[in-house]
Design a protein around this ligand. Sequence first.
Ligand code: PLP
Length: 445
Amino acid sequence: MTRAPSIKTPLPGPRAKAVIDRDKAVVSPSYTRGYPLVIARGEGSAVEDVDGNVFLDCAAGIAVNSTGHSHPDVVKAITDQAQKFLHMSGTDFYYEPQVRLAEEMAAITPIAGGVRTFFGNSGTEAVEACLKLSRYATGRSNLIAFLGGFHGRTMGSLALTSSKAIQRRGFGPLMAGVYHAPYADCYRCPLGLSSTDCAAECLDFVEHQIFVHLVSPDEVAAVVVEPIQGEGGYVVAPEQFLQRLRELTKPHGILLVADEVQSGMGRSGKMFAIEYSSVEPDMMAIAKGIASGLPLGVAVARGGLMAWPPGAHASTFGGNPVSCAAALATIKLLKDTLVANAADVGAHLMNGLRSLIDKHPLIGDVRGRGLMVGVELVRDRRTKERATMERDAVVNAAFNRGLLILGAGKNAVRFSPPLVLTREEADTAVRIFDESLTEVETARR
Ligand code: PLP
C-alpha cells in the first residue's frame, strides 16, 4: 500500500460518496460518523479508502485494531480456525480455543487466585456479565459508577453510562439502583487540587454523600470504574484515586469492577491500565482490542466469585472459535512486542503533542498513557471554556490531510492508533495535527 497519507481526490471521493448516499437510505441514523471515510482495505496503521486515498490511522476503528489492520499472524489464525469449524456454541459444547483463551486471560489479568472467564461478543456484554455477576455474588442490587463514564448501550450498562445525555435520552426508565460520583478529572478538579497534591478527595463524595445520604454500603454490589475514561475524554485517573477506591470498597465487601474495554489489551503501555496503580480489581470487562477487530468481549473474575450455576448466564455466539483464535494470536503479539511498543511510541507521541502546547492556544491539556492519548481543546486556557466546535473542525481538517483521529468527550481529540504505530508515523500524526490546529485557529481569528 502507498505510504500514508496520500490524498488524491477531494473528500469524499466519488466512490465513497456513492456508498454514503446508499447508507443514508438504509442504515440506522443513530451512528455518529464524524467524517466520510469509506474503507476498502487496511494494512498496519494505514487505511485505503474506496477512491484510493490512503490515511494514517490513529483511530483503529474505535481503539480496536490493536495489532494493526489485518496483521498476517492474526489473519492466519482466523483462516486456520475458519477452515476447521466456525461455530459450536461454547455454552453447550466444548472447544479448545475457548479453554486456551480462558487460560491466557487468567495469566495476563492482574487478579490473583484462579481467574475465570465469561465469553460474550462486545464491550457492553462484558459489562453486563460483570453487573449480573456482582449482583449474583453479593446478593446486593446497587451499583456505583462515575460521571463521564461509558460502559455500553444495552439496558444494564446504559444505566452506568453517563458520558453524553444523548446516549440515555428517550430510553428511560433505566435500571434502578445506580449512583454516580464525580470522576478524577484532574484538569478540571472541582476542588482546585492537582493530581500530584491530592489524596483523591473527589472520592469524599462516595464516602460522605452517597454512603451517608443515598445507599448503605452494605447494599452496594459493585463500583464500576474505567482506569482511564475513554469516551469521556481520555481522562487518566491518578493512581491514588484507584487506590482509595479499593480502600473504600474492600471493608464493605463491595466488588471493584475495572472496565478495561478501551484501556485494556496493551493500549496503555501495560497490558491493563489498572496495573499502573497496583490495585487488584475483583472483576474486569475486556473487549475492543482483544481480538484485533473480531467481535469478542470477556468478563474475568476471581475464580471464587464466578460461582454461578449452569443456566445462570450465557450467550450463543460468545467466545466464537474464530474470535478466540484471533485473540490468542493478538495476545502473543502484544506480549512479544506490542505492549512495549505502545509504551515507547506512546511516550514519543505524547512528547510530540506536548511540544505543540506553546504554539497552539487551543490546546488545554495533553494526557494519556501509552497509545491512549487525549488532547483537550479549550477556547481560553484560563476559563477552560470547552472548544467543541473547534474540536470537530480540527478532526475534520486532519481527515482532509489524511489523518484519522476521533473526538472524545465534549472537546477532546483522542489518538488511539493500532499498537504497531512507529515513531516515524507518530511524528507524521503530530505534524498533521499541528497543521490542522493552525488551520482552525487561523479561521477563528
Ligand atoms: N466500556 C468502555 C470503557 C467502552 O469504551 C465501550 C465502548 O466504547 C464499552 C464499554 C462498550 O463496548 P461495545 O461498544 O463493544 O459494546
